[in-house]
Ligand binder design. Structure first.
Ligand code: NAD
Ligand code: ZN
Length: 339
């Protein structure tokens, strides 16, 4: 099969032929219809997340496609059935796994960050439980639901108790994750939403997706502007989908008393705490993917048309160009690679 391989950190992708895996006992082979190009993979490529044990590696953790072959003992799936792949593969028996939080399992391995991922024609999935049927949903759109759709869904849900009528939410970074997060804010809450992005394309997308106010941090003082929108007070919730020093500094300055900062982006920034620097009783959440149940809920929202991933479709052969576009902040929504 054709696959995009990474031969080491700071090296380009190389598309070449590798053996097609064969499903063993309990395993399922999926023909990949689309694999989302996540910013986390850009950080892996750049060596910022040194998590790869062995090169060459096939990355790609946002995958959907069709069931191509069933290993012995697999039941409940049809050949050709369209499925999304839940990406955290845990032990299956610990308390995290049995409650659906397989991404929290000690033994959890991420597809594409250990086992080979979906930047390839076929993907070997170790168990049927990692596959979520998607029905008539476009598998290219469904691919990006498994991370860009799932992670902000969990983040927004955890923030929902704060997002009462009259409240104000700020979303920083309206890219792959942020454009889904913005849609959940609009669909699941009555909060007014301020969207912040350095890219004009992303700001245009935010406006189209219903952000009440869209801010360019290069043009306006975001802290002042959020205070204005919040009637002199700050935000009830800030969702930071970038997570670098600059955005965390903004997050800290725009929140009001008894508010919540949710750090979703893995920009490796730090947020120093001092009593003198923060309004009273600010809470801080970090975000880490989502559960199988939550993926199923995200797929339901998409199938019902309540949220719609915005995708750019690119052939797998153009993977180097796609990651360059991602690095330059030129991708609108999520770029999905099609093998
Ligand atoms: P992306 O590149 O698609 O989107 C990032 C957006 O942020 C872009 O629109 C960009 O223009 C904007 N941006 C960059 N710097 C900014 C700044 N200073 N102020 C305002 N906007 C700015 O990235 P993505 O794939 O959506 O991923 C976002 C982050 O989330 C990455 O750090 C990624 O590693 C991380 N991530 C976290 C989890 C998790 O479980 N917590 C899961 C997946 C991805
Ligand atoms: Zn990701």
């Amino acid at each position: 099969m054709k696959a995009a391989l990474l031969d080491g950190y700071n090296s380009p992708w190389e598309v070449r032929e590798v053996p097609t895996p064969e499903p063993g006992q309990g395993e399922v082979l999926v023909e990949v219809a689309g694999a989302g190009a996540c910013h986390s993979d850009l950080s892996v490529m750049e060596g910022k997340f040194p998590i790869i044990d062995e090169f060459p590696m096939i990355l790609g953790h946002e995958n959907a496609g069709r069931v191509a072959a069933l290993g012995p003992g697999v039941e409940g799936l049809e050949l050709g059935e369209p499925v999304a792949v839940f990406g955290a593969w845990g032990c299956g028996i610990c308390s995290y796994c049995t409650s659906g939080l397989e991404h929290m399992c000690d033994e959890s391995r991420w597809v594409g960050h250990g086992p080979p991922g979906g930047y390839a024609e076929y993907l070997l999935v170790p168990a049927r439980r990692h596959l979520e049927p998607i029905g008539g949903l476009d598998p290219v759109e469904a691919a990006c639901l498994t991370d860009a759709g799932l992670t902000p869904y969990r983040a927004v849900r955890r923030a929902l108790p704060r997002l009462v009528p009259g409240s104000l939410a700020v979303a920083i970074g309206i890219g792959g994750l942020g454009h889904m997060g913005l849609q959940y804010l609009k669909v699941l809450s009555t909060a007014r939403v301020v969207a912040v992005d350095t890219s004009s394309d992303a700001r245009g997308l935010a406006a189209r997706l219903g952000a009440d106010v869209v801010l360019d941090p290069g043009e306006v003082d975001v802290v002042e502007a959020v205070r204005d929108v919040g009637n002199g007070e700050g935000a009830d919730v800030v969702l930071d989908f970038v997570g670098n020093d600059a955005t965390l500094a903004v997050a800290k300055q725009v929140v009001k008393r008894q508010s919540l900062i949710v750090i979703v982006g893995l920009g490796l920034g730090t947020l120093p705490y001092s009593f003198l620097d923060f309004p009273a009783e600010v809470d801080l959440y970090t975000a880490y993917w989502g559960s199988r149940d939550e993926l199923s809920q995200v797929i339901t929202l998409a199938r019902e048309g309540r949220v719609t991933p915005v995708v750019e479709r690119h052939p797998l052969d153009s993977i180097n160009e796609v990651f360059t576009r991602l690095e330059e902040g030129k991708v609108r929504g999520r770029a999905v690679l099609i093998p």
